[in-house]
Structures are given as C-alpha cells and as structure tokens.
Design a binder for this molecule. Structure first.
Ligand code: SAM
Length: 231
C-alpha cells in the first residue's frame, strides 16, 4: 500500500469522499489516504491529524515526498483538535481504530464538527458504538459497506446529518448491512457467534458474580439476534 495504491479497505473509505471535499483524516499514520485523495483530484485540500510522534513524522515525510505540502497539512494533535476553523473541513475520515475510540474522538471536540457534513468511519471492532454516537449527535447512516481483506473483515459507515432510529439488531449489525447480508457479513457474524458460544460455555461453571451474569445475558441476547439474522 502507498499513497497511489491504497489497500481495499482505505480505497472503500476514499470512495465515499465527495469530489471537491476538504477532508480531515484523523489517525492518519502515513497520510496515505489524504495524499491519495488530493492526488486523484477528489479532495481540494486535506488535514492529516496524528497523535503519536512516530506516525506523525511518517505522515510529514510522506506528504513532502509526494510534493503535496501546499495541499495536505499534517498536525500533531489529539483527534479533532487537528482541525482549525479556517481549514474549512467538511468531511472527516477516521479509519483503523475501534468503534469506541472513534466515538470518543468525535465526542471530544464537537466544535470541530460544526461545518462537517459527512463522516466516513471505519471501525475495526464495535461499530455499534459509532452508530450509538450518530443517533445521539444528529447524524444518520447514508451507507454502510463491508469487505474482507487479508482474512479480516472491515465495516465502513458513511454518516451525514439527520435523525436516525435503530432497533437493537440494526444497532449491532448495521441497517444497510443487515438488508444486504453480503458474504463478508455472514462470515463476520458466524465467527462472532462461535466466539460468543465459546464464552458462554467457558463461563457456565464459574462463580456467577453480577458481572458474569450481566455479561452472559448480553451475550445470550446477541446470540439470539445473530441466529435470527443468519437464518
Ligand atoms: N488511519 C490509518 C489506516 O486506517 O490505515 C491508520 C490506522 S492506525 C491502526 C491508527 C492510527 O491512529 C495510529 O497511527 C494512532 O497513533 C492514531 N490515533 C489513535 N488515537 C488517535 C487520536 N486520538 N488522535 C489522532 N490519532 C490517533
């Protein structure tokens, strides 16, 4: 992977960026995504935000190598603190982190989202946390995608402003993904189902503390939902 040839996962994220967007990519590591978006003429400008010094330095180096310093600004910052009002950012991408961390990042600096109309989020795990954040914060799912790359299954959630209501199954599986039930979707949830069944078995004969009881009840509810969905 490099700034010219993205991984399938990042290419899917890129495919939802509107032409002419001003993008902030948070947790940008090598800045491959913002460089690609500007190179391809999809984004007008971009900010690459990174909180860790090593990856930040890689991003700075990459942007220099690509000759894109006038269009891609790299900032060492925690989450959306990388975005300044004068940047005019209208699209935010956050990829390759857990859903709860993505939701935390979006919650921490709400002022940075004032002018943002689209969020493209790729949680590696617990996408439900992102859907819950969206409902609470006036964003609705425009699209969802699921793909398999190198034996890992990834979800991409595309949000725009709007109200959304989701039931328990839609929160967990994603309303669009649930409708389509594509092969990677089935594979992901069959894997999860097997994992949950294992946990249930391994906690059946241990002391039933309130924490264990609550955990088992949560897993049983998810198993029931998954079995219904995968029928
Ligand atoms: N977005 C790239 C991708 O999808 O390939 C990189 C993913 S990498 C696994 C996650 C990156 O997010 C790391 O470089 C990490 O330092 C950065 N990160 C984690 N928390 C962050 C935060 N609060 N603000 C900015 N960057 C963060």
């Amino acid at each position: 992977m490099n700034a010219q040839k993205l991984s399938e996962r990042l290419a899917k994220v890129a495919s939802y960026v509107p032409t002419g967007a001003v993008v902030a990519d948070i947790g940008s590591d090598h800045a491959y995504l913002p460089c690609y978006l500007v190179h391809e003429g999809i984004a007008k400008r971009a900010v690459a935000g990174e909180v860790v010094k090593g990856p930040y330095e890689s991003a700075v180096k990459q942007v220099r190598q690509e000759g894109l310093t006038d269009k891609v600004t790299v900032r060492l910052a925690d989450g959306l603190a990388a975005v300044q009002p004068t940047d005019g950012v209208d699209t935010v991408t956050i990829a390759g982190m857990g859903g709860p961390l993505i939701a935390d990042i979006l919650t921490k600096n709400p002022e940075s989202l004032t002018r943002v109309t689209r969020l493209i989020l790729q949680p590696n795990i617990h996408a439900k946390a992102v859907r819950q954040w969206a409902i609470k914060n006036g964003f609705a799912l425009l699209e969802e995608a699921i793909l398999e790359e190198d034996s890992k299954i990834y979800e991409v959630l595309v949000l725009q402003r709007g109200d959304m209501q989701l039931n328990e199954a839609e929160l967990l599986f994603g309303p669009h993904l649930l409708q389509a039930k594509e092969a990677p979707f089935r594979k992901k949830w069959l894997r999860e189902l097997a994992q949950w069944q294992k946990i249930l078995q391994s906690t059946a004969n241990v002391e039933q503390t309130p924490m264990i009881v609550a955990k088992r009840a949560d897993i049983q509810q998810k198993i029931a939902l998954a079995e219904e969905v995968l029928q």
